[in-house]
Design a protein around this ligand. Structure first.
Ligand SMILES: C[S@@+](CC[C@H](N)C(=O)[O-])C[C@H]1O[C@@H](n2cnc3c(N)ncnc32)[C@H](O)[C@@H]1O
Length: 266
C-alpha cells in the first residue's frame, strides 16, 4: 500500500515516463495511449488520476510538475487517453514583473537578502529544491550551486521564463510548490521572503518533500516589512507572519530584516 506521498511521487514518475505524442488537431496538448505503455501501468496511472485528480465535468484533472494530466471518463470504458498540456499559472508577480526585474537589475537584491543568501547558500548540499526562484538571484550568487541535483519551482510564468533563460541547464519548473511531485530533497530553500507567501499546506509540503535528515531554510519578511506586491501597489498585503510567535526561538536564525526558519527532518 502506498502512503499519500509515495502515491504522488509514483504517479508523477509514471506520468513523466509516458510516451506522449502531439495531437494533430489540437496542438495545445499531447496525449498518450495504452499500447505505448506497459498496459498495467497505464491502467494504474488512469486509475490514480481518477482517485487523486479533481473532477471537472466528465474529466479528471491532475496537476503535476508544471503540467495538467487529463482523463475523460468515457462511458464505454473501452478507450482511454491521458492528455497532457502545460498548466497555466497566475501570480500577483505577473502584474509588476517589469518593475521587479528593473529593480533587481539596477540595485540587485537588498543588503538583507544578500546577507541571508550568504548564510544559507554555503550550507546547501545534496539534492536541492529552491521554492520561489524569482528572477534567479540565488543561482547568480558567488556560492554557486551546481545544476546537478538542483530543482527550482516558480509559480509566476514570466519570472520562471526569465530565470530559465538566465540560467540554462538548471531544472526550473513553472509550477507551484503544491503541484511538485518530486520528493526526497536533502535541502530545500526559499529565500528573499518567499515563505511569507506560503499557505499552511505549503509549509507542511516543504516538510513532506524533505528526505530524512534533510534541512529546509524558509525566509519570511518580519512584521512591519513590505513585500514586493504591496510595494508596487498590487495584490493583497502580505499576512504579517512572525514565525517567532508560533515556533521556538531556538529554531530560528534571524539575519537583518528577514528571518530564516530552519526546519530539520529527523
Ligand atoms: C519575494 S520573491 C523572492 C524571489 C527570490 N527567491 C529572490 O530572493 O530574489 C517570492 C517569489 O516566490 C514565488 N512564489 C511564491 N509562492 C510560491 C509557491 N507556492 N510556489 C512557487 N513559487 C512561489 C513568487 O512568484 C515570487 O517570484
Amino acid at each position: 500500500m502506498y502512503n499519500e506521498i509515495q502515491t504522488h511521487r509514483e504517479l508523477g514518475r509514471l506520468l513523466r515516463l509516458g510516451n506522449y505524442q502531439a495531437a494533430e488537431k489540437a496542438p495545445a496538448h499531447e496525449y498518450t495511449v495504452k499500447h505505448d505503455w506497459d498496459v498495467w501501468r497505464f491502467e494504474e496511472a488512469v486509475q490514480m488520476i481518477k482517485d487523486h485528480g479533481t473532477l471537472e465535468g466528465t474529466r479528471f484533472v491532475y496537476p503535476a510538475n508544471g503540467f495538467e494530466y487529463v482523463v475523460e471518463d468515457i462511458p464505454t470504458h473501452k478507450t482511454y487517453v491521458i492528455k497532457r498540456h502545460k498548466k497555466e499559472y497566475s501570480s500577483v508577480y505577473s502584474d509588476f514583473v517589469r518593475q521587479y526585474l528593473h529593480a533587481m537589475d539596477c540595485t540587485g537584491p537588498k543588503k538583507t537578502a544578500r546577507e541571508e543568501a550568504s548564510n544559507v547558500l554555503p550550507q546547501v548540499q545534496g539534492r536541492t529544491l529552491e521554492v520561489g526562484v524569482g528572477s534567479g538571484q540565488s543561482l547568480a550568487h558567488q556560492w554557486s550551486l551546481s545544476p546537478m541535483g538542483y530543482t527550482g519551482v516558480e509559480v509566476c510564468p514570466e519570472l520562471a521564463h526569465y530565470a530559465k533563460t538566465r540560467h540554462r541547464g538548471y531544472h526550473i519548473i513553472n509550477c507551484s510548490l503544491e503541484h511538485l511531485t518530486e520528493y526526497g530533497f536533502k535541502t530545500i530553500f526559499a529565500l528573499g521572503g518567499t515563505a511569507s507567501y506560503f499557505t499552511d499546506n505549503d509549509t507542511q509540503r516543504v516538510f513532506d518533500l524533505l528526505a530524512p535528515g534533510g534541512t529546509a531554510y524558509l525566509s519570511y519578511y518580519l512584521v512591519g516589512r513590505t513585500g514586493w506586491a504591496e510595494m508596487f501597489g498590487h495584490g493583497a498585503p502580505l499576512k504579517k507572519i512572525d514565525p517567532r510567535k508560533v515556533l521556538e526561538e531556538s529554531l530560528l536564525g534571524v539575519w537583518g530584516d528577514y528571518a530564516v526558519l530552519t526546519i530539520k527532518k529527523p
